[in-house]
Design a protein around this ligand. Structure first.
Ligand code: BG6
Length: 478
């Protein structure tokens, strides 16, 4: 019976805007995330056009990985990480996105980070764009709505591909690209919020703009893949999707068809383009029915065909149900909510916990694409308690991760070619949806709190030693 590959990539995942801090240091420009205030489960965070001194902007200091990277990477090495997923902040390299020459101080920072990883035999897995679009591109162009962004993104890719040869092998183009199929994608993914100031839940939405912006990301991603394949054959480039597993609420065929429709738009559309190299046939009807006309330039279809990714990656946190009946009880979730599943429990933020959904989803993905798959985000956002003796007894997190790893193993037994696993927020960091520190995912606790205070000291949680043993036993001792 199959189990995890011998070279299985165990590790953890982060994103620059959620953990680096140092938001305006060494020439860095403001990214879209730097313009977002903190919020909570009940009070949505805001985006502002200028920095207001009365608000708190959690990305500005975050957990200050910028100045703690040596200590943090040493802790990852102690857990036995084989891979560390991080993103490069585009605005460290090109502060407005539009400069001709990259910022040397920004490039040098990631040299140091990658060298530190390699010192311990940890492979960096780099997300090129993870909710870090230069804010200047948003204010000038309405983000990815403008085709110009393709060239700016390519300049950025050229600079980092060239610089990090021999240091980075695994790359992902856009984090959770399929977030752009939902209204929440406007802000962090697509940057189509020019001139907007206010709550992130009240951003005006125009699907025509969103799908146009997505098209530009597809072309940009394909061009980056093509560039890497032609010039840097050692590079492997993946896509990255937030996998929103959907079940029919009942066996009524109407519910089943409604589920299939949602799965196609939300989960399959973007990866069909990025893995297979063309728009899937079902999108024609969706575009027609929603009066969406995606403008393509001559040559775009060829670019998409020539820029297919080498591996498929996903984030997986939860599942929900779909019904034709609009009156069902809703559950919260990342990006889009859905109907509550009576068989599942939920996290404190209302995200339904469904380890078997990961098994199901991995099988569906691999059946469809037959290319290597990697789970690059998964985890439980939870309130952790720092005990008087300094310990953090996060058994709930261990349970969540154990159950999901067991189900990944089932998928491997079913034949899925699974490359690796990088649980989200392996060190506590700022929540993307709410801007909170209180929603913690890490094996490492960081003394940083929602009012901006905290010593930034790092502490190992109970899950730290547990995960270390999981890695040492290649997933056998759970
Ligand atoms: C994914 C993102 O959607 O989920 C991460 O790629 C994010 O950036 C993670 O942090 C967890 O979501 P949240 O809202 O709990 O931080």
């Amino acid at each position: 019976m199959k189990t995890f590959r011998k070279d299985f990539l165990w590790g953890g995942a982060t994103a620059a805007n959620q953990f680096e801090g140092a938001w305006d240091v060494d020439g860095k420009g403001a990214s879209v995330s730097d313009m977002c205030t903190n919020g909570s489960h009940t009070e949505p965070k805001k985006v502002t056009r200028t920095i207001h001194p009365e608000y708190l902007y959690p990305s500005h200091e975050a957990i200050d990985f910028y100045h703690h990277y040596k200590e943090d990477i040493a802790l990852f090495a102690e857990m036995g990480f084989k891979v560390f997923r991080l993103s490069i902040a585009w605005t460290r390299i090109f502060p407005t996105g539009m400069e001709n020459e990259p910022n040397e101080a920004g490039l040098a920072f990631y040299d140091k980070v990658f060298d530190e990883c390699l010192k311990y035999g940890i492979e960096p897995l780099v997300t090129i764009s993870h909710y870090e679009m230069p804010y200047a591109l948003i204010e000038k162009y309405n983000g990815w709505e403008a085709r110009e962004c393709i060239d700016y993104f390519l300049n950025y890719c050229k600079a980092i591909f060239e610089r990090y040869q021999g240091k980075v092998k695994y790359w992902l183009t856009f984090n959770e690209i399929n977030g752009g199929t939902t209204p929440l994608g406007n802000l962090l993914s697509l940057g189509t919020v020019k001139g907007y100031e206010g709550k992130i839940t009240e951003i005006p939405d125009d699907p025509k703009v969103r799908f146009q912006a997505l098209h530009h990301q597809f072309v940009a991603s394909a061009k980056a893949v093509k560039l890497a394949h032609e010039k840097y054959p050692e590079y492997l480039i993946g896509d990255m999707n937030v996998f929103m597993t959907k079940y029919p609420f009942t066996c009524n065929p109407e519910d089943v068809l409604a589920t299939q429709k949602e799965m196609r738009i939300m989960n399959w559309f973007c990866s069909d383009v990025q893995v297979r190299g063309e728009y899937p046939a079902y999108m024609e009807r969706y575009f027609e029915e929603n009066n969406i006309h995606v403008k393509m330039e001559p040559g775009d279809e060829e670019i998409l065909r020539e820029g297919c990714v080498d591996f498929y990656t996903l984030s997986y946190y939860m599942s929900s149900c779909v019904s034709k009946d609009p009156n069902g009880e809703q559950t919260d979730g990342n990006l889009i909510a859905g109907l509550k599943n009576p068989y599942l429990k939920a996290s404190d933020w209302g995200w339904q916990i469904d380890p078997q959904g990961l098994h199901y989803s991995l099988n569906e993905i691999y059946d469809r694409y037959q290319i290597p798959v990697m789970v690059v985000e998964n985890g439980l956002g939870a309130y952790d308690k720092l005990e008087e003796d300094g310990s953090i007894q996060d058994d709930y997190r261990i349970d969540y991760l154990r159950d999901h790893i067991k189900e990944m193993k089932e998928a491997v037994k079913d034949g899925v070619d699974l490359m690796g696993y990088t649980p989200w927020g392996c060190i506590d960091l700022v929540s993307a949806s709410t801007g909170e520190m209180a929603k913690r995912y890490g094996f490492i606790y960081v003394e940083k709190y929602d009012d901006g205070t905290g010593t930034l000291a790092r502490r190992k949680k109970k899950s730290f030693d547990w995960y270390k043993e999981v890695i040492a036993s290649n997933g056998e001792n759970l």
